[in-house]
Ligand binder design. Structure first.
Ligand code: FES
Length: 109
């Protein structure tokens, strides 16, 4: 977790990590390349979106907050499925993340 501090000889200096591969996803139909393994919530934040959902009661805008599955402010429509916690979903190539407005609509089977 922590990188060692380099000593006076330069030993222990941090090595440059290879850049992560990137995958293309779409946030509200805008293409974006994000690091492989990132969450859909991270993609939303990297896209600079103003919101990812509106609250059902007041329509207040929300963006991912806790990034660990607690606050539910990241609920989004991902690949056509509403109410998914974007912070718990890993991006895959071609993923479509869309703003969720209002309450989820349930479909009777
Ligand atoms: S950002 Fe809090 S639950 Fe996803």
């Amino acid at each position: 977790m922590f990188a060692p501090r380099p000593d006076r000889t330069g030993r222990g200096a941090r090595r440059q990590a290879a850049p992560a591969a990137r995958v293309e996803v779409f946030v509200d139909d805008v293409a974006l390349r994000v690091p492989e393994g990132a969450s859909a919530a991270a993609a939303v934040l990297l896209a600079g979106a103003a919101l990812i959902r509106e609250t059902p009661a007041s329509g207040a805008p929300r963006l991912p907050y806790c990034l660990m599955g607690i606050c539910f402010d990241c609920l989004a429509e991902i690949d056509g499925v509403a109410n998914r916690q974007a912070c718990l979903v890993q991006v895959v190539p071609g993923m479509r993340i869309a703003t969720q407005r209002g309450a989820r609509v349930a479909f009777a089977g």
